[in-house]
Design a protein around this ligand. Structure first.
Ligand code: IPM
Ligand code: MN
Length: 360
């Protein structure tokens, strides 16, 4: 009997459902070719449900999610809902409750895709950011007093413990070892820790010492490098070819991967995975719900399709994952005019059809 993967889908808000539909279309086509199957179960968490019922994500959903091989998310966020409610109540709740402690965000420029970086091409832009996904400022430690007065005080703390840092670093070092074995071009580059240890002397020091200790003790063959996050922004633009595997704190990772997305051709193609190597992971396009494009069939589904590719890779279907990447490269090279919404030369669903048809 064909292997069947059980996937929970959360299409979510705005353009989320439109891009998830194309992601699933391509996943089903890849499965048919690869001789395996998907069983998708859709969940309606998002703004519409919240506005109707006041519920974001009940605890029972977390239990239900654990039974899936993986989750596939569209987008969360809606102009009628105050910022923070859906983000914390759904997206961050899933990441934390399922302990998806790695946020893996590849930054790879495909041939014929336009980058805003002058004189840089696919050979220069091919790295991956490992963003720690459960700690730091995102934990919500802190608070506010005297709110609304002129003496208002607010704090939001950067929280890290050695275990959380170590498990993230271990994932990064292991990935670097794998990439070095794959390609001598990667092997020539270091693994880079990004932080701000010249100012964040407590958390930065914890990350730096843990990085140096683990690297020298268990991965002595891997070259290590360190960048302050402000400088890293500069190098992303000036010398992206210096980077291969980057590991960083939650908030810094959030910020630099939006820059990374632009460098690789925009939100239309940027995908990420929220990974718990021992549990249920969740794959998603990095871009948001894009309210102004909702329902117009102009949003680019390639980011969702690439999230599907990452999910296949994670599930162990490496050949099917490669087939999707090859198809995406083919249609970005030969068909799609621009990766920007409304400028693709095709509708959202036509782009899904093109990728599905290009699978071989
Ligand atoms: C991301 C997003 C989220 C984050 C928001 C929507 C909470 O920006 O996935 O990068 O900050 O992690
Ligand atoms: Mn972000």
């Amino acid at each position: 009997m064909a292997k069947t993967y059980k996937i929970g889908t959360i299409p979510g808000d705005g353009t989320g459902p439109e891009v998830v539909r194309e992601g699933l279309k391509v996943l089903n086509a890849a499965a048919a070719q690869g001789g395996f199957k998907f069983e998708f179960t859709e969940f309606d968490f998002g703004a519409a449900r919240y506005l109707k019922t006041g519920e974001t994500l009940p605890d029972s959903a977390i239990g239900a999610f654990r039974k899936f091989d993986s989750l596939f998310l569209g987008a969360i966020g809606h102009p009628d809902v105050k910022p923070g409610i859906l983000e914390a109540g759904i997206l961050l709740k899933i990441r934390f409750a399922l302990d998806q402690y790695i946020n893996l965000r590849p930054v790879k420029l495909y041939p014929n895709v336009e980058t805003p970086l002058k004189d840089k091409g696919p050979e220069d832009i091919d790295f991956v950011v490992i963003r720690e996904n459960t700690g730091g400022i995102y934990t919500g430690h802190g608070g506010a007093t005297r709110v609304g007065t002129t003496e208002e005080i607010a704090t939001q703390l950067m929280v890290y413990d050695r275990r959380t840092v170590d498990r993230c670093l271990k994932y990064a070092f292991e990935l670097k070892r794998k990439r070095n074995a794959m390609n001598p071009k990667y092997a020539a580059k270091p693994i880079t820790l990004i932080h701000k240890r010249n100012v964040l002397t407590h958390c930065g020091d914890l990350w730096y010492r843990a990085f140096e200790e683990m690297g020298s003790k268990h991965y002595p063959e891997l070259k290590r490098d360190y960048n302050h996050v402000d400088a890293a922004n500069m190098w992303f633009v000036k010398n992206p070819e210096w980077f291969d595997v980057i590991v960083t704190d939650n908030m810094f990772g959030d910020i630099i991967t939006d820059l990374g997305s632009m460098v690789q051709g925009g939100m239309g193609i940027a995908a990420g995975g929220n990974i718990n190597p021992q549990g249920t992971s969740m794959f998603e396009p990095i871009g948001g719900s894009a309210p102004k494009y909702t329902g117009k069939s102009v949003i680019n589904p390639l980011a969702a399709i690439c999230a599907g590719q990452m999910m296949l890779d994670f599930l162990g279907e490496a050949a099917a994952a490669r087939a999707i990447e090859t198809a995406v490269i083919k249609i970005t090279r030969e068909k799609i005019k621009s990766l920007a919404a409304g400028k693709m030369g095709y509708t959202t669903s036509e782009v899904g059809d093109l990728v599905a048809a290009a699978l071989e």
